[in-house]
Design a protein around this ligand. Sequence first.
Ligand code: T4K
Length: 372
Amino acid sequence: MMKKNDMIYVTRPMIPPRDKFHQMCDEIFDSEWLTNMGEKHNKLEDNLKSFLDVDNILLFNNGTNALLTALKAMDLPYGSEVITTPFTFAATTHVIEWNGLKPVFADICQDRMVLTVESIEKNITPDTSAILAVHVYGFPCDVVGIERLAKKYNLKVIYDGAHAFNTKILGKSISKWGDITMLSFHATKLFNTIEGGALISNCKATHEKIKDLRNFGFQNEVTVSDIGINGKMNEIQAAVGLLNLEILDDEIAGRIYINQLYRDNLSCIREITIPNIDDNTSNSHQYFPILVENKRDELYEFLKKNGVYARKYFYPLCSEFAPYSKLESSSVDNLPIATEMSRQVICLPYYGRLVEDDQLNKVITLIKDFFR
Ligand code: T4K
């Protein structure tokens, strides 16, 4: 039986330098200001604004609360339909229901596993109010096609960019598209604040609304303008973020190296397909998904037995989860590609420290042995 710490996981978080972290904790405790938009929080907001080159960003205590707030900020008619992908983490669909809206699933494409414009359009009805699309693995949605649809049908566009922290199209942050983009800074994400997230919006009024919603709807000490939530990031989370931002380049460099080694060693295996993104887009380096025809589950079990805990992100589809499986749009006929992809995909271990202790070679050798 493999011990927990001997396992090689799908990801491992960036850990900030401890001496610097302890010093920051001292500063925070000395200041006696622990949360509610403190100094570290505001600094991280500023630093991320420059790093991502965006106009409006607001930090949150996790990505799910951020996405919940993004939908709330759009003021969508109660009970209206939101078109979304089933090929995502449960949080994406849950926030639709938590806002009193109805998820409608559309299908994805084979190469990037994101919603197709055709499938979105096919699912639009007079009750549709918004599109909640996911840049899954940081692979960009067809942002131009979605923008065109949104204009044609007067729909709001919210992007779940939980995996897309570092994705750029033609050098521009992916969050420049859509009304609002959510980023997740969970421990499993490329850039982490332990738990955390952010909303980036492209309109000042939306930004101000989100700011109120994040803090219970308070505009000032005595005025509550909206039905808000507690979405605030605390000072310890922000300290981790400030320090992790300093070491992010090293983490990305490590992942670029691993990405190349995986490609060099695995692309010749007939049963494996490695998805590619096009030249206009920079990779977010969040996950390393591969598609395996027929033998995905056997490979997963073989790796696990040998101490490598890869993950079947995203199997099952959200449309297969009990709360959603009875929806009309959950039928396999409506989602043929998503169904096929979810039965083939497996995300391999992908994090900078994977090069240590021969772990990367172990993963590659095991996969080669499996297909020999
Ligand atoms: N939208 C999308 C598309 C998302 O993928 C997510 C979250 C969200 C929205 C919501 O954002 P947040 O509210 O989470 O900010 C993990 C994460 O918890 C979740 O954040 C993430 N997506 C999802 C794809 O993965 P699990 O249940 O698979 O996590 P877990 O605990 O099995 O961790 C995966 C592996 O990571 C472990 O086997 C080992 C490693 N790990 C994990 C943690 C927590 C570590 O090495 N250290 C750690 O501290 O959901």
